[in-house]
Structure formats: structure tokens, C-alpha cells
Design a protein around this ligand. Structure first.
Ligand code: ZN
Ligand code: ZN
Length: 130
């Protein structure tokens, strides 16, 4: 399985499922690795738009079991490695979400989930919630 950097600022370890039952991105039943690479390219643009400061990934790829455990949607883009939940070190979630809305206008971010404590971005179709 891949390890180390995907892009300049994001790693395969950050993309791995957080369930602790398996390491890394294993036995992908779909184009998981390619999806993660594409999401990492999006994340580089998000990171740059947030001032180039560190961005913490709280959730990226989720295996089906873990997705269910955390109450993820059955169609979640996290299952495909196409969604990232993030927290920016120097930007509050509402500010980060405003930046990500601008990136949506540019077609860089697809789905944007605005939560109180974090921001969800994905490479799917353009959607906004809640
Ligand atoms: Zn898992
Ligand atoms: Zn998410």
C-alpha cells in the first residue's frame, strides 16, 4: 500500500481510515488510490486558499464499517476516498467555509459541508449542506 507523501503537504497516512482495524488503504475495491490523489490535489488548493498554514485532516477515506460507526451516509464520498473533513490551524470553521465556497465557485471544491467544528469538502458534484 502507498505510504509517505501524496502531494507536498498531504500523506497517505492522513488519508487512511481511522478505525484502527487495518493500516493504510488496502485492497481497494474501486479506484480508491486515484480518488485520494485527486482529493489531495483539491486539498492543496484548499490549504493554499487558507493561507498556506497547516490543515488537519480529521477524516478522509472511511472503510464501510467505520463509516457506519460514525453515522456516515451510506453514499458518503468518504467511502470512495473523495471527501475530507478538515480543521485549519489559523482559520475558524465559518471562515474556512467561506473560503471553500469561493473555491466551489471556481469548480475546485464539489460538495461543501459546513459543521460547527470542521469543514467537509469533496470532489463530488456541487452540493452544500446543511
Ligand atoms: Zn476502517
Ligand atoms: Zn465529511
Amino acid at each position: 500500500m502507498p505510504n509517505g507523501p501524496i502531494t507536498d503537504h498531504f500523506t497517505w497516512e492522513e488519508a487512511a481510515c481511522r478505525c484502527g482495524r487495518h493500516a493504510g488503504l488496502e485492497n481497494p475495491p474501486h479506484e480508491l488510490h486515484e480518488n485520494v490523489r485527486t482529493a489531495a490535489e483539491m486539498m492543496e488548493k484548499v490549504r493554499a486558499a487558507l493561507g498556506g498554514h497547516p490543515v488537519f485532516v480529521t477524516s478522509w477515506w472511511r472503510c464501510p464499517v467505520h463509516n457506519q460507526e460514525v453515522g456516515g451516509d451510506a453514499q458518503s464520498f468518504h467511502l470512495l476516498g473523495r471527501a475530507v473533513d478538515l480543521v485549519s490551524k489559523f482559520t475558524s470553521p465559518p471562515e474556512a467555509q467561506a473560503v471553500c465556497r469561493d473555491l466551489q465557485e471556481e469548480g475546485i471544491v464539489g460538495g461543501l459541508g459546513s459543521y460547527a467544528g470542521f469543514t467537509h469538502v469533496d470532489t463530488g458534484p456541487r452540493r452544500n449542506w446543511p
